[in-house]
Design a protein around this ligand. Sequence first.
Ligand code: BGC
Length: 351
Amino acid sequence: MAFRSIPFIAMLTRFVFVCALGAACAGTPTPAPTPEPPVDAFTMNQRIGRAVNIGNALEAPTEGEWGVAVKEEFFQLIKDAGFTAVRLPVRWNAHAETSAPYTIAPDFFKRIDQVMDQALSRGLVVVLNIHHYEEMAQDPQANTERFLGLWKQIAEHYQAYPNALVFELLNEPNSSLGAKTWNNLIAATLPVVRASNPTRNIVVGPGEWNNPRALKDLSLPADDQHLIVTFHYYAPFQFTHQGAEWVTGSDAWVGTDWAGSSAEKQSVQFDFNLVAQWAKDNARPIFLGEFGAYSKADLDLRARWTAFVARQAEKRGFSWAYWEFCAGFGVYDQGSGMWNEPLRQALLPPP
Ligand code: BGC
């Protein structure tokens, strides 16, 4: 139960390309942008580097419903603080038709374009995923065609975007999306994305909520060398999720300590060594796509855990993305307009 074994209750860009070239804005045909040379997955993973999740915003049923509406200034703050990338969780399924061809609402696409442009134009890498497609985990068979339909549209829509846009197939596959079903779904989805994005780097992770211990069951096409493998880390769960409203029974965990004892540190090191060994055996780069401790835990302890986990990732060459920017785990406080300094310094210590 160390990781995510508890179900949740709630659980430069086309515009710049086009307008920079001038023509489309004036209504004349636009020459296709010269494609960038492909970037290999290891190099791209280094470029992801140190990232933050723009959480509770675009993966809420509607933006703003969970307290975060994305503002352009976020990306300047994130860039100036020294982060190199953002992970953008998006609930596409809440904005798409339920029958074929599963059209994604044009206004929603426009909003995502706008947010991505705000990030990419500041030199941040963007990891764009499908997040909280919960029906997929409940009934994968009934949702596969729609999932592929969503990816076809997303992939085609962003095919001319720079390498700095990285796709992530699905956040935290779980429940009925067990190892075999998930491996089959990966094998079915990659060709759909590859049809329009032959060399874009794509993030994909193991089942059981992207549990590192499920990596051993993940199978990836050997001939696809533009894959980055992700895992999530919230152990010990009773520490990171103490008092989390969406985790039943977590009130009883409030006050859970993380003293940074050698046993506690060894437990993290053990898990990360498993991942590093898997990465070596399978010759894949690793992205720790989520880790964080909720605001009901003591701030100093959160900072201590966060710093330890981030450094352990870096030591092994993993890129990482903190969960998350300005909601319940926030490294930034929207109310005061200030960084949560202990967390910011835990993530980005002075060199
Ligand atoms: C979920 C969030 C949750 C976080 C930590 C994420 O993957 O999307 O809703 O707050 O994990 O539990």
